[in-house]
Design a protein around this ligand. Structure first.
Ligand SMILES: [Zn+2]
Length: 638
């Protein structure tokens, strides 16, 4: 009730000031009134998009968006196919609009012809729907007016108008306080309050599982993920970043990026690399963060494909943002069509290189990178800002003016690996870790299974118990380790392990091997262990009673002087240990044959060869093609 009254009051007040702009946050954002924009409204015709018809005051709901793409498909049946790739938690259909110039819709035929597949994803954060309205306009201009028909000369487009469809329908005027329109919009997370752009590797959400199916079906050559920023104010309306580290990176850095700058600038928009600042204000410099595979673009990179993040600037009006996003995709598709074979061949080379590293399995694979600190001067087009003390927050208040200012700031440029792991010939996952295995199936990894039990020596890790994050993150409590403790978090060990029949073997000589490594290397930033899938390995399940352990301890102290010295050293040096009767007695259990050696022992093995393993004969149908056996939702600590 309260919220409704507030809404009426605020919107009524804003509406009275600027007839064209009744945003409840207009007074908070201090943007110029948009009254002059009415003059720029596009002429309306039968194929105007819903956003164009409203002169970008509004954005269409899910049903209206689907109605528009169905109309497109009916009007251009030879070039458009609508594909459903799953259901949201609330049961909405996830729709991809596939566009192929010559009407070939078979992924195999498209790949055989070396035509690049571009996957364009919108509204993963459904309050940031600029890409949806830009995509509708672009589809219209490709298929109906044919002004952009050349964009499907070679490329096949897989466009998801609304990825986070449930979040999109959590619709209202109060969902994005920092964003300058449209009047109402969707919400950041899905209906179960999961951020889909943290879910690419762990794949908890039904939407992610649908996405992975569609990704594996098309195996795109480039992923575009359209967003709207949060953060500082500056002149740029379009910012973007491309994650890539393989053979495609030379083309991306030397050709694609300069072309995007040139073409989008020529279209009247102000474009820059995606930026986060080192400190709170732009003069502190621009950082160069790299996306881990929980993010769309980090996922694409680990799939050997460039992943492009587009961030429209939240304070620009909706018309500027939608048209800027349109120009960005148009420019990208122009270059991709021109350099079609170059891109496809670079991606295949990346796949071959990944497979070759799996065959040799001697090299180390980077799992995490960070900026080296190396910088180059960057000409930053900002707005003059001032900081003053705020008696409200008690800290500095940064305020941006509308006065343009150009300054030179340091921009971090290069990355270095901060975590690597040795590539094995294969991983073996014991059959009982079903949720971990299910994720690899969802990722389309080629898996083999043991036909009968196998015992043998494998390389793995012994890990010190984490201090789990107290606050939930994405519905989980990820592992964390005290930075104060200098002993290694996980050390490599060689141990004999038992694997039941049905245990899963993941050979590294496959194109998506990097995804498997990110998931299975325990210290990978988005690994199964980090997300809590292996928490139970850190739990002690049998305990000794005090009166039993007292006798055990006394016997061990009497029989083993070395152990006695070690115990006394522990008591003398570790006050927490010394003060805990339980820990002191349990210490003797740990040093006795009653201790469960599996505690802290990572159960996934790495092997140098799969020749010794009793593998099942390959199934008639590839396992990767089968419907993954979804397990019910993973248990959460929360
Ligand atoms: Zn976003």
């Amino acid at each position: 009730m309260h919220r409704l009254c507030l809404s009426l009051l605020l919107s009524a007040a804003a509406f009275a000031q600027t007839p064209h702009d009744n945003l409840p946050n207009a007074g908070l954002l201090e943007q110029p009134p948009r009254a002059e924009q009415a003059a720029k409204c596009p002429a309306v015709n039968a194929w105007s998009t819903p956003a164009e018809k409203s002169c970008y005051r509004t954005t269409p709901r899910y049903e209206e968006t689907m109605a528009y793409v169905r109309r497109l498909a009916l009007a251009a049946p030879r070039q458009v196919r609508l594909e459903s790739f799953g259901k949201t938690g609330e049961g909405r259909t996830l729709v991809a609009v596939v566009v192929s110039g010559d009407g070939v819709f078979s992924p195999a035929a498209v790949h055989a012809a070396k035509r690049p597949v571009v996957f364009i994803q919108n509204a993963i954060h459904a309050g940031e729907m600029d890409g949806k309205d830009a995509s509708l306009a672009l589809l219209r201009d490709i298929l109906i007016t044919k002004k952009q028909a050349r964009l499907i000369e070679h490329a096949v487009l897989v466009i998801v108008p609304i990825y986070n469809a449930d979040g999109h329908e959590h619709f209202g005027p109060f969902n994005r306080i920092n964003q300058n329109g449209p009047e109402q919009m969707g919400w950041r997370t899905n209906a179960a309050q999961q951020n889909l752009n943290r879910d690419y590797l762990k794949a908890d959400a039904p939407e992610t599982r649908g996405f992975l199916r569609e990704w594996n079906r098309w195996l795109p050559d480039l992923l575009v993920d359209n967003h709207v920023t949060d953060g500082a104010d500056y002149q740029y309306d379009v910012t973007f970043g491309i994650e890539t580290d393989g053979p495609a990176s030379a083309w991306v850095r030397k050709t694609l990026e300069p072309e995007l700058f040139k073409r989008v600038t020529a279209a009247g928009h102000v474009i820059a690399p995606y930026m986060e600042f080192v400190g709170r204000t732009p003069d502190t410099g621009i950082t160069n963060p790299s996306a881990t595979p929980r993010f769309s673009t980090g996922f694409a990179r680990e799939q050997n494909r460039p992943g492009m993040l587009v961030e429209m600037h939240m304070l620009k009006d909706y018309q500027t943002r939608v048209t800027g996003n349109y120009e960005m995709i148009r420019a990208l598709l122009e270059v991709v069509n021109r350099d079609a074979v170059k891109l496809v061949e670079a991606n295949r080379k990346a796949d071959r290189e990944t497979i070759a590293r799996g065959v040799e399995h001697q090299a180390r694979q980077p799992l995490e990178v960070e900026a080296t600190g190396e910088t180059e001067p960057f000409t930053f087009k900002g707005y003059r800002w001032k900081t003053e003390h705020s008696e409200v927050s008690g800290a500095e208040w940064v305020q941006y003016t509308h006065e343009p200012v150009t300054i030179t700031v340091p921009r971090q440029t290069t990355l270095k690996a901060t975590l690597t792991a040795k590539i094995p010939a294969a991983y073996i996952i014991p059959a009982q870790w079903t949720a971990v295995i299910a994720r690899l199936q969802l990722h389309g990894l080629r898996l083999k299974r043991l036909a009968k039990p196998w015992t043998g020596e494998v390389e793995t890790y012994r890990c010190r118990a984490p201090q789990w994050q107290e606050q939930p993150f994405e519905g989980r409590h990820p592992a964390a380790w005290h930075s104060g403790d200098k002993s290694p978090v996980c050390t490599t060990v060689k141990v004999k392990m038992n694997f039941a029949a049905g245990s899963v073997v993941v050979p590294m000589e496959q194109r998506a091997a990097r995804i498997a490594m990110q998931w299975l290397e325990p210290l990978g930033p988005d690994s199964a262990l980090q997300w809590g899938f292996f928490d139970s390995i850190f739990e002690q399940k049998e305990y000794g009673e005090g009166y039993v352990l007292e006798r055990l301890a006394r016997r061990m102290l009497a029989e083993d002087p070395k152990l006695k010295a070690e115990f006394e050293q522990m008591v003398a040096s570790d006050s927490k240990f010394a003060g805990s009767p339980h820990e002191r007695l349990n210490w003797f259990l740990q040093h006795s044959p009653w201790w469960d050696e599996r505690i802290g022992l990572y159960p996934v093995g790495k092997v140098d060869s799969i020749r010794e393993l009793p593998l099942q004969r390959p199934p008639a149908k590839k396992e990767a093609d089968e419907e993954p056996d979804y397990e019910p939702d993973v248990p959460d600590r929360a």
